[in-house]
Each structure stands twice: as structure tokens, then as C-alpha cells.
Ligand binder design. Structure first.
Ligand code: PLZ
Length: 455
């Protein structure tokens, strides 16, 4: 006769009970204890959004050291799109870790790296001949895309946009728009980076209907007159800006920039680090307007939480670089490649592109109805499972960072992981894992609604 334990060991992934459960205040005593250790051991430059220390995560929840189960609207910043500890990822990585953990692909290669690249070449926008190579982080992918563009064109200038975010390395920090916290006192910055206006519909001075055309005209005029189009190696842009506040460029802006790039031999680089892999209701956000970039940078959602990023682009651009000109010790680590293959299988098998759309269809109407009742909400925007609200001083468009921070704090206290964003710190962004249930999604929105009505 077997005796059933009342406390079966619960691991992560979808086997975790899919419920919000608060058993202590947030953060609880164990998390507070670990946070004190963190503060003594880790510099404050490494910030903390919500100081609960995680022991398990999966589906739509994150479980902390005190036994609280929080609803996840963050996915570790758009990384665990297929869910945390997703079954196929766990299975493939566990097998790989026992087979071999590293050889360095540049020393003695392995098949999974090639397979990830083959799949990226096939799945990314455009049916032209493509190549891919793998690196460790989003910043590294963007930095390498610029290296390739400069090498292939023999030009130096790089054009980026207001509110853009591309990373924290010297070059990508330079490409990033926001001073505090990303750039402040970390200069001098890399040379030959030029910033143009972004087609930000909510804040465009003459209104959203003129935004795409005017912003593109201003950018093109400045590129032509101030840099010289023939000196520009690359235009680097996020098809929906992430850290900048989930800014969806006005329709028509991206196609106009792409057309200008094409006409002038400029490499069009799409930074899909945050928007990629089913997040926006397309496999890649560029697909929304039929944009076919010359190079696309991916990371985050590509490998379900294992560190991996990729540069995919036109064969003639990537093949231009000499042997040994690209690489890195860990790029395309075998564990991360197995995880990426599992992620791509999961997106297809579980129809996650459609799931992201469905999440948007649940979130957007509820947020729009909140916007009618709470005049602190100035804008509701985003696509699929990449949705945000921008908070303002009622009756104006004045950014309201104070209320944004307060709403986030109240959501956290109620067991909902939400993130803020935006140049003005006044955007609440929602990036639920696509493995979240409709029930948890609705419950999370109700917590948000309560937080908004209480401020
Ligand atoms: N490009 C569009 O969103 C990373 C940054 C969090 P890495 N965004 C989260 C933080 O505060 O550091 C990001 C992105 C876009 C590039 C990056 C950089 O990706 O993997 O963080 O290097």
C-alpha cells in the first residue's frame, strides 16, 4: 500500500499550480533576508524591480522563497515567451547537458547550432538567401549587426531613433536614447551614431494622423543634409520600441524608412530582441507591415531563458566578413541551441502566434475600458502579448511617472509582476508568457484595475 504524501514535491514549469497565492506580505521574510544579502554582495547598479526571490516558475506564475505564487506579466522581460521551464526546453537541455556542455563552435562544431541557423534563415522575414550566426545577448547581436553592416558597406555612420534601446555595451549604449540610467557618466560614447525623431503617434506634435509621414520626412531630411546618405552604413530600429515604452511607430513610417535605405545602399537592421518569437502576434513584428529587413537581431524569446541571440541577414552582407572576423567563446552554446530548437517546436506545436493574438484580444478591450474610466491612462497600445498603458496627468499629456510607480507597487503587493518602461518612466508594460491561462490573465487585469482605482 502506498502512502500519498500531502506535500508532493512541486517542480517548475506547467506542473506548478496555476494560481495566485499570497501567504506572506510581498516581499516575505525569506525574500527580505536574501535581499539584505544581495545588497551587501551585489552593487546597487544592478537594480531590482520586485524583490521576491524566486524558487520555481512556470505557466503564468512565479513562486517565491516564502511560498507566494505571483502572476507573471513580465516573462523576465519578454524572455520566457513559451513559459518558464517549458517541457520541451527542459527535456532537450537535460539531455544535452549530460552529452556535452561546450566545445566552442569555432573550435569543433556541432549540429544544433547549424540547425538553429537553418531555421532562423527560413523563418525570418524574406525568402532571399540568408545566413545566421549566434551570440550571447541582445546587445551582442546588435553590435555584431553594425559590425557586419560597416564591413559590407565600407561606411561608418549609424542612424538610430528617439526612445530607442539597444543594450548596455559601449556601442549599444550609444545607440540607446535614454541617459538615465543607461548612459549617465559612462561616456565618452562611440562615434558616428546619429539620432532621428521617432514616429510616436501619442506624442506627435501635429497629431497621430500626420505622424508617419512627417517623422519619416524629418529623418530622411536630417540623414541627407547632416550625415549624407552615402555615409550611412545602417539604420537600426525596433519595429515596436521596448524599453522606450512599447511605442508602435505610426503605420507607414517603417516602410518609408526601408524604401529610403534600399534606395541609398543603407543596411536596414531590425532589432527584434524584444518583439521576436511570437510575442506580438506574428513570429516577428516586422511582418505586421511586411517589412523585410536586411539584417534582423533576435535574442530573449529565442531560447526560453537560456542565453542566446542571433544575427540573421542577407547572405551577401554576412558573407562579406573575413574568416575569424565574427564569433565569441560561448556564442551558440549547445545547451542554448537545444533550448532554441525546443522553443521553435513549441511555438509551432502549441500555435503560440495565435495564442499571442488571443492574449491581445483579451487585454486590449479591458485596458481600453479602463482608459475610459481612469483619465490617468493617456494611451493604450501594443500588439499580441506586448501591451502597454501610458499614464499622464489627467486632462493633459504630461507624463505621470509618480502614479506609474505607485500602480506598479500596488500590483506587486497584490502578487502581480508588472514592469515599467518609457523615456519618461510613465508606461506600464505587460509581457505575459504565452503559456499563461486566460483565468490568470483576467485576474492580473483585475488586480491592475483595482490598483488604478486606488491611486
Ligand atoms: N534590444 C530591443 O529590448 C534588452 C534590457 C533590460 P540584452 N531589453 C531589456 C536592462 O535594463 O538591461 C534589449 C532590447 C532590445 C537590445 C536589448 C539588449 O539585450 O540581452 O539585455 O543584451
Amino acid at each position: 500500500m502506498s502512502i500519498e504524501s500531502p506535500h508532493q514535491p512541486v517542480t517548475g514549469g506547467p506542473s506548478l499550480p496555476q494560481e495566485r497565492r499570497l501567504v506572506t506580505e510581498i516581499p516575505g521574510p525569506r525574500s527580505r533576508e536574501m535581499f539584505a544579502r544581495k545588497q551587501a554582495a551585489v552593487p546597487p547598479g544592478i537594480g531590482t524591480t520586485l524583490p521576491v526571490f524566486v524558487t520555481h516558475a512556470g505557466g503564468g506564475v512565479v513562486v517565491d522563497a516564502d511560498g507566494n505564487s505571483l502572476i507573471d506579466f513580465g516573462s523576465g522581460i519578454a524572455v520566457t515567451t513559451v513559459g518558464n521551464a517549458a517541457p520541451r526546453v527542459v527535456e532537450r537541455v537535460q539531455k544535452q547537458v549530460a552529452d556535452f556542455t561546450h566545445t566552442c563552435f569555432m573550435v569543433t562544431p556541432y549540429e544544433s547550432y547549424v540547425e538553429v541557423c537553418e531555421k532562423l534563415n527560413r523563418l525570418t522575414p524574406g525568402d532571399h538567401d540568408k545566413r545566421s550566426f549566434l551570440v550571447n545577448s541582445g546587445a551582442e547581436a546588435v553590435e555584431n549587426a553594425v559590425k557586419v553592416a560597416r564591413h559590407a558597406t565600407g561606411r561608418q555612420a549609424v542612424v538610430v531613433f528617439d526612445h530607442g534601446y539597444h543594450g548596455r555595451t559601449l556601442l549599444t549604449m550609444t545607440l540607446t536614447a535614454k541617459n538615465m540610467p543607461y548612459k549617465h557618466r559612462f561616456g565618452p560614447y562611440a562615434p558616428e551614431v546619429y539620432r532621428m525623431p521617432m514616429a510616436y503617434p501619442f506624442r506627435w506634435p501635429t497629431g497621430p494622423e500626420n505622424c508617419a509621414e512627417e517623422a519619416a520626412a524629418q529623418a530622411i531630411d536630417a540623414i541627407t543634409k547632416q550625415i549624407g546618405a552615402e555615409n550611412v552604413a545602417a539604420i537600426v530600429i525596433e519595429p515596436i520600441q521596448g524599453e522606450g515604452g512599447f511605442i508602435e511607430p505610426a503605420k507607414g513610417f517603417l516602410p518609408r524608412l526601408l524604401e529610403f535605405a534600399k534606395a541609398n545602399g543603407i543596411v536596414f537592421i531590425a532589432d527584434e530582441v524584444q518583439t521576436g518569437f511570437a510575442r506580438t502576434g506574428h513570429l516577428f513584428a516586422c511582418e505586421d507591415e511586411g517589412i523585410v529587413p536586411d539584417i534582423i537581431c533576435t535574442a530573449k524569446g529565442i531560447a526560453g531563458g537560456l542565453p542566446l541571440a542571433a544575427v540573421t541577414g542577407r547572405a551577401e552582407l554576412l558573407d562579406a566578413v573575413h574568416v575569424g572576423g565574427l564569433g565569441g567563446t560561448y556564442g551558440g552554446n549547445p545547451l542554448a541551441c537545444e533550448a532554441a530548437l525546443a522553443v521553435l517546436d513549441t511555438i509551432e506545436a502549441d500555435n503560440l502566434v495565435e495564442r499571442a493574438r488571443r492574449i491581445g484580444d483579451i487585454m486590449l478591450p479591458r485596458l481600453r475600458s479602463m482608459a475610459e474610466r481612469f483619465d490617468v491612462i493617456g494611451d493604450v497600445r501594443g500588439r499580441g502579448a506586448m501591451i502597454a498603458i501610458e499614464l499622464v496627468t489627467p486632462g493633459t499629456k504630461e507624463p505621470n511617472a509618480a502614479v506609474t510607480g505607485e500602480v506598479a507597487k500596488r500590483c506587486h503587493a497584490e502578487g502581480l509582476v508588472v514592469l515599467t518602461a518609457g523615456t519618461y518612466g510613465n508606461v506600464l508594460r505587460f509581457l505575459p508568457p504565452l503559456a499563461i491561462s486566460d483565468e490568470l490573465l483576467e485576474e492580473g487585469l483585475s488586480i491592475l484595475e483595482k490598483a488604478l482605482s486606488s491611486v
